[in-house]
Design a protein around this ligand. Structure first.
Ligand SMILES: Cc1ncc(COP(=O)(O)O)c(C=O)c1O
Length: 411
C-alpha cells in the first residue's frame, strides 16, 4: 500500500483515538467494507435513521440486506431511541447510529439496547468529526465507525471516506477484504479530483457556492466533473466498481486537513455560538440539546423555517450559502424511495424535517460578516419551533425580535 495513505490512516486513527483506520474513495465505501467484514448479507436487516443520505443505504442494499428505518427525534435529528427497540428482530445484524449535523446520538441508550440484543453498533460520523458524548469522542462507542470527506463534510478531500475500529478481528477482516477485492481509482478520476480541489480552493466561497453548485451539477451530468454520486449508484442492483481505494491526492489533502483540525473545530464552535447569539437577537428559539451530555461540533447549523423552497431559491439569487440537506428521508429528492424499502409515512418526523430544515454554513470560509449576512437573510422567514407554536405566538416572537433589533440599532 502507498506510504502516504498509510500515514494518513495512522494519523486519523490517532486523532480519533482508535486502533485502526482504513481510507477509501468515499464514505459509503467505508460503510460497505465494515458491513461486509461483519458478514452482513442477504436476509439480514440493518437499522438506519430515516433521515439520511441514500448513499448510506446503498451499501446495505448492495450486500442484499434490508434497511429498516427508525424515525428521528425533532430536536437533534438523531434516531429516536424510544422507537429503536421495537424495530429489532432476529434478523437485525447492525444498528447505524448517525450523528446528524454534529449532534451526537444518545449513545448510552443505543449501546444499552444494542448490548441487550447482542447487535453491533456502527457510528456514522460523516457529519460529526470531533463531536463528543459525555466527553468521549464520537466514533469510539460502537464496534466501528465511518467518516466522509466529500465537499460538504467537516473537512474535504473532494471525495473520501474512512472506516475506523478498535476491534482487532474486524480490523483483520477489513484488511483482508481490501487486499482481496478492492480496486484502485482510475488515473483519470484522480486527476479530475485533483483539478476540482484546486478549483474549490480558488473559487468556492459562501457568495459563490450556489453558482458553483449549479455549474458542478451540470458538468457532472456531462461527465466533465467528478460528482459525489454517479447515476448508476441510484440503482442498488448495480455495484459497478464501487469498492474503491483512496488515492494519494486524497491522502495528501487529508493529512493537510488533519494538521489544522483543532483550528477547524474551534472555528465551527465559534461560528455556531455566533449563530446562536445572532438568531436569539432576532427572537429565534434556542437550539434544544443537553449541553451537559453532548459536546457537538456542528458540520452545519440547522434551522427550521416555513417556506423552505422559497428561501433556497432566494438565497441562491442573493449569494447566500444555504444547505438543503436532507431534502427527503433518503436525500436527495430524486431517490426512488420504494427501491430502498422506504414507504412515505414511515418516519413522520424525518419527513417533516426534510420539508422544513435548511442549514447555515460553518466551514473555515465563513467569518463573522458572512454569518451576519446569512442571519439577516434567514430571519426574513418564519421560524418553526420545535414545539410548534400557533401563528399568533410566532408573530409575537417576530415582533419581539424586531423590537430588540431596532433597539440595538438605536443605541
Ligand atoms: C450522513 C451521511 N452518511 C454517509 C454519507 C456518504 O458519504 P460519501 O458521499 O462520502 O459516500 C453521507 C454523504 O453525503 C452522509 O451525509
Amino acid at each position: 500500500m502507498d506510504k502516504l495513505i498509510e500515514q494518513y490512516e495512522r494519523k486519523f486513527a490517532e486523532v480519533i483515538g482508535v486502533k485502526r483506520a482504513f481510507a477509501f474513495w468515499k464514505g459509503r465505501v467505508a460503510l460497505y467494507a465494515i458491513l461486509k467484514a461483519m458478514d452482513i448479507g442477504a436476509g439480514d436487516e440493518v437499522i438506519v435513521p430515516g433521515y439520511t443520505c441514500v448513499m448510506d443505504v446503498n451499501p446495505i442494499k448492495y450486500l442484499g440486506a434490508k434497511p429498516v428505518y427508525v424515525d428521528i427525534e425533532p430536536a437533534t435529528f438523531n434516531i429516536n431511541v424510544n422507537l429503536l427497540r421495537e424495530k429489532i428482530t432476529s434478523k437485525t445484524k447492525a444498528i447505524i447510529a448517525q450523528h446528524t449535523y454534529g449532534y451526537p446520538c444518545d449513545m448510552d441508550a443505543i449501546m444499552d439496547i444494542a448490548s441487550d440484543n447482542n447487535i453491533p453498533v456502527i457510528e456514522d460520523c460523516c457529519l460529526a468529526l470531533g463531536s463528543r458524548y459525555k466527553g468521549k469522542m464520537a466514533g469510539t462507542f460502537g464496534k466501528a465507525a465511518y467518516f466522509s470527506f466529500q465537499w460538504n463534510k467537516p473537512y474535504t478531500t473532494g471525495l473520501g471516506g474512512m472506516a475506523i475500529t478498535s476491534d482487532n478481528n474486524l480490523a483483520e477482516k477489513i484488511e483482508s477484504l481490501c487486499a482481496g477485492e478492492m480496486c484502485k481509482p482510475l488515473r483519470k478520476e484522480v486527476f479530475m479530483l485533483w483539478m476540482q480541489l484546486v478549483v474549490y480552493r480558488l473559487f468556492v466561497y459562501p457568495r459563490t457556492t450556489a453558482l458553483a453548485q449549479s455549474l458542478f451539477r451540470y458538468l457532472t451530468k456531462k461527465g466533465a466533473a467528478l460528482g459525489s454520486s454517479i447515476t448508476s449508484e441510484f440503482r442498488p442492483e448495480q455495484a459497478c466498481d464501487f469498492f474503491k481505494d483512496a488515492s494519494c491526492v486524497q491522502a495528501r489533502c487529508g493529512l493537510r486537513q488533519l494538521k489544522k483540525i483543532e483550528k477547524n473545530i474551534a472555528h465551527r464552535r465559534e461560528m455556531t455560538q455566533l449563530y446562536d447569539e445572532l438568531l436569539a437577537e432576532s427572537g429565534w428559539p434556542a437550539r434544544q440539546y443537553d449541553a451537559s451530555i453532548m459536546q457537538p461540533v456542528m458540520v452545519r447549523y440547522p434551522v427550521r423555517i416555513a417556506e423552505k423552497n422559497k428561501a433556497l431559491a432566494e438565497a441562491a439569487n442573493a449569494g447566500i450559502e444555504l444547505g438543503s440537506w436532507f431534502e427527503c428521508p433518503l436525500h436527495p429528492i430524486e431517490t426512488p424511495m420504494e427501491a430502498y424499502d422506504y414507504e412515505v409515512g414511515m418516519c413522520g418526523e424525518a419527513e417533516k424535517a426534510s420539508n422544513e430544515v435548511v442549514n447555515l454554513p460553518l466551514h473555515l470560509r465563513v467569518n463573522k460578516k458572512t454569518a451576519e449576512r446569512t442571519v439577516d437573510f434567514i430571519t426574513k422567514y418564519i421560524p418553526l419551533f420545535y414545539a410548534r407554536l400557533g401563528e399568533t405566538q410566532i408573530d409575537n416572537h417576530r415582533i419581539a425580535g424586531n423590537i430588540y433589533k431596532a433597539s440595538k440599532k438605536s443605541v
